[in-house]
Ligand binder design. Sequence first.
Ligand code: GLU
Length: 300
Amino acid sequence: MPHRPVLRFAPSPNGFLHLGHAYSALLNQRHAADLDGRLLLRLEDIDTTRCKPEYEAAIYRDLSWIGLEWEEPVRRQSDHFDAYADALRQLDAMGLIRRSVASRREIREAAARASAEGRPWPRDPDGAPLFGGDEVILDPTEIRRRRREEPQALRLDTKAALARLGDAPRWLETGAGHRQEIVADPLVWGDVVLARKETPTSYHLSVVVDDALQGVSHVVRGRDLLQATAIHRLLQELLRLPAPEYHHHRLILDESGRKLSKSAASTGLAELRKTGATPEDIRNLVALADDKAADTPFSA
Ligand code: GLU
């Protein structure tokens, strides 16, 4: 019997869920039903300082309320740091890991100084300044001191990684309303962090390891992660993990056209429930029924 498709909704318990999460979760549910697939829930809680048990409890409450059903057990990423460490070791053994000591703030400040002096600093698709090497930012004595005394961040040497593969990875994308093959351009992200001083993994690394371990065949998530897929595909190729099919859906925006934030109460699911909204109202608010054409899977 062929394997059933596997989908997952993967929120981070670092705030309360809002309409944007409801849309993503319900769309995952609809795709799973259309494909006769399974739906998993994964808690992406690698940032143990920002993730809290009360947010996790609220995730279960809010998702049950809107009618989501998922398979148990729920995978909690903080229980699996060893799996991510193992993937990191493999990349290190390939010579693709670069160590760095400059902090995010120092990179930001150096970029701001350069821009102020009329030397624009390259930025990643999310607008964060790229890391060009510790030596661009810090003096050699300080670099040596930190390398001796402090834990270091581990970054992917993206150029070397791509060179090792030869060909740029590709992926199947259905988010634009038709099936298309996208050629990944991971270089736009520079040498992404795969593990930080304070967190032994990163979003990119753990999402790729988990999607493979959980047999995820269809990733349905927001368009804000479309470009990050280039890094995910690169890591999958390096680690010889299967490539899921991707569907990056439209984002739910506020009245001024901005992405919803976890701190804006007016679009929070718990808040809406308190003011008398029903699960049906939530479906209407995110216009789930209206976008059958654009947000439909194409591999059924
Ligand atoms: N945990 C991510 C978020 O909350 C989603 C990751 C994914 O779907 O790949 O934005």
